[in-house]
Write a protein that binds this ligand. Structure first.
Ligand code: ADP
Ligand code: MG
Length: 677
């Protein structure tokens, strides 16, 4: 009978493998039997006679070489090797690029198998081979697997090895509950492995790949749910919230909450007053009022005797929160304090003592909050602003400062709805999809170099009329020889040549924090008309009077980043403008600039961003902790992903925790980490 332990044994213990093949496998990180079974073909070639070819097919044909010659293309000086083979039913020409030595190998009369995409033009067949084999087995029909390769192991080596180990697939535990597998009519798991490696028919292959993808996504989604379930019954942090308390909390705000804010507040109250820890991701466009929601939740927790922490990724942002909360809470008994990395030790020690004794109700800070010297008396609620700027471990460290406190993670770089619903599995997501009243859309223009002068004149007129402008420059690494002009030089040019009649200040990441803050403060007070800056102004700077932003070399910014920057203007009553300067050279860069001009909604921006960048990049920058999938694809299999999420939710209680853990460990090893907030 099949044995699970056999799946984790080293490949060379399960069967005989030649040493060079084994080291090639190791390079592909294929060590255990299960790793090899999960090494799925990247393509399938249809073995067929030349007369049965169809254009566009990935085909594998076997025949005799009838001619072979090297040629050079005139224009691009590439070397071509053209090989013609004939299998008795027809002929096909194979074309290789820049491998002139192949001419010696493809001797006329040699029997050879060629695999790759085929094309038909001018009454003849041609192929760009992706692999060839001089000792082909007799030609059969059907599909042939083509594996991701590395030097030292040929496609035949891997196919043969997989063939001898395939019977072990019978031991792979099925993460799906039997009933669900039956209901979905998915191909049984062992059969699916066999068909994925040695397909008997294109239809069987499709069914097999679907069955395997589904199971892969299901185990991830079930894993995410399980992690939540272990915390779900916890009643330690359940607080009491009655109408009187809600009314009292709302009185702190000088405005009425928007409908979206009220809805999210209700969701949070539900979390805080029922068993289980809150683990909520709050997404809302820049300026949508997330901080107000966080403060509301904090007030409820404080009234129930708990302390709160608010962590922000930059000092500017932490100060901003401190100033804002001070504004709401001034003259009340709620004690809000600010902890920064650069504080004098005596001052810091005094503050930490107050935190440890429980006198501080809300502690706002940067990464400094994570230091060992920060201890709380009774931390019940953590707010993590711009959560994607922190790593999994940092978020966990903050959490460890209390007895697994409630968490509200906030992000203004929205993850597309479809993605967050699926990816985050069991994590709760709240969305603020409404801006406070009085915001105006920012007129966004992409300015061609030849029209920069005209744009500057418009800006001059705005500034004369009392407007204020940000000029943003991309960061330049010293080693980077890109032709971006640095912020410093630019500020000089602005001050001396372009806008000599206005007051120009500078803020960039290399400045001391005090200097940088001083510049931002002067701009806020109106002592500066122009603030030249790097992306340090990306988050947290709130100057309602600023109504112009100019982004230099805009093609070098990501779409979400451009949107985030744009959020710095459009905060006051004046009409605001964003001017994008630059010379995009790639189609993607042009797409980005067109998208930012066309779209104002942050969620739509995020969807486009995801499309342009692909999932890997998008999730990678968020330190997602997701494992690398064997067969599923986060980009193209969104439907399957979404269905498994729903199924995992429906089957929630019946999911066998031990089984899912076993499956996750078997397929992804111990090291994978599921997405965490
Ligand atoms: P976010 O953190 O989502 O970027 P903030 O909470 O900082 O947004 O809010 C941005 C600005 O809007 C702040 O100046 C805040 O005082 C104001 N604001 C928030 N909610 C409302 C509301 N419901 N009505 C009016 N102004 C609001
Ligand atoms: Mg904010």
């Amino acid at each position: 009978m099949a044995d699970v332990a056999a799946l984790t044994q080293p490949i060379e213990e399960a069967t005989r493998v030649r040493a060079h093949v084994l080291s090639a496998l190791a390079r592909l990180k294929l060590k255990r039997v299960i790793d090899l079974l999960n090494h799925f073909p990247r393509a399938y070639n249809t073995r067929c006679a030349i007369k049965d070819l169809k254009a566009g097919l990935f085909a594998s044909v076997t025949g005799e070489v009838t001619s072979c010659s090297n040629k050079a293309t005139k224009r691009r000086r590439m070397k071509l090797t053209e090989v013609v083979i004939d299998d008795g039913t027809g002929a096909i020409k194979a074309v290789f690029f820049n491998q002139p030595w192949l001419e010696d190998k493809f001797r006329v009369g040699t029997r050879v198998r060629l695999s790759g995409p085929v094309d038909y033009a001018f009454h003849s067949w041609s192929m760009k081979p992706t692999s060839f084999d001089f000792n082909p087995p007799p030609q059969t029909s059907g599909l042939e697997a083509e594996y991701p390769l590395t030097e030292g192991a040929s496609n035949e080596d891997i196919a043969a090895l997989v063939g001898t180990l395939l019977h072990h697939a019978a031991a792979i535990p099925d993460p799906l509950p039997d009933e669900l597998a039956a209901k979905l009519r998915l191909m049984p798991i062992a059969e699916a492995y066999k068909q994925a490696h040695q397909p008997s028919h294109p239809k069987a292959l499709d069914a097999a790949r679907l069955a395997l993808k589904y199971r892969e996504f299901f185990m991830l989604q079930a894993g995410l749910r399980l992690r939540r379930r272990s915390e779900a019954l916890d009643t330690d942090l359940v607080i009491r919230v009655d109408d009187e308390l809600k009314q009292r909390a709302l009185k702190y705000f000088p405005f009425t909450l928007t409908g979206a804010q009220q809805r999210v507040c209700a969701e949070i109250v539900q979390d805080l007053t029922s068993p289980g820890r809150m683990h909520r991701l709050l997404q809302g466009d820049v300026g949508s009022g997330k901080t107000a929601v966080a403060l509301y939740a904090a007030l409820l927790m404080i009234d129930n005797g708990y302390q709160c922490a608010i962590m922000a990724p930059t000092e500017v942002l932490a100060r901003q929160h401190y100033a804002n909360l001070g504004h709401y809470l001034g003259g009340t008994k709620v004690n809000v304090r600010l902890l920064l990395g650069g504080m004098k030790k005596a001052e810091r020690d005094a503050l930490c003592e107050e935190v440890a004794s429980g006198k501080v109700h809300i502690l706002i800070g940067t990464h400094a909050l994570l230091e060992d010297y920060v201890e709380f008396k009774n931390l019940g609620f953590c707010v993590i602003d711009e959560q994607h700027k922190f790593g999994v471990r940092q978020r966990a460290t903050l959490r460890s400062k209390g007895n697994r406190p409630h968490i509200l993670a906030m992000s203004a770089t929205p993850i597309p709805r479809t993605l967050s619903m699926t990816l985050y599995g069991a994590l709760d997501v709240s969305i603020i999809d409404e801006l406070p009243p009085g915001r105006t859309p920012v007129i966004t223009e992409w300015v061609h170099r030849s029209r920069e002068g005209a744009a500057m004149e418009r800006i001059r007129a705005e500034l004369k009329d009392g407007g204020r402008a940000y000029f943003v420059y991309p960061l330049v690494e010293e080693s980077d020889k890109v032709e971006a002009k640095s912020a410093v030089e630019f500020a000089e040019t602005l001050k001396n040549s372009i806008f000599p009649e206005f007051r120009v200040g500078l803020a960039h990441g290399q400045m001391k924090p005090e200097e940088k803050d001083a510049a931002v403060q002067k701009f806020r007070r109106g002592d500066l008309d122009i603030l030249a800056a790097t992306v340090v102004v990306e988050v947290g700077v709130d100057v309602p009077e600023a109504n112009i932003m100019v982004i230099e070399n805009a093609e070098r910014f990501g779409l979400s980043q451009l949107h985030q920057l744009r959020g710095r203007v459009g905060r006051g009553r004046r009409q605001s403008y964003l001017f994008l300067l630059g010379e995009p050279r790639t189609p993607e860069a042009i797409d980005r600039l067109n998208a930012i001009c066309r779209i104002q909604d942050g969620f739509k921006i995020a969807e486009v961003d995801l499309k342009l960048r692909g999932f890997g990049d998008f999730a990678g920058t968020r330190q997602s902790g997701l494992p690398k999938l064997h067969i599923g694809d986060f980009d193209s299999d969104v439907d399957a992903l979404q269905r498994t999420r729903n199924d995992a939710a429906v089957w929630g209680e019946r999911i066998d925790a031990d089984l899912i853990r076993q499956c996750l460990e078997l397929h992804f090893g111990r090291k994978y980490r599921l997405l965490d907030v």
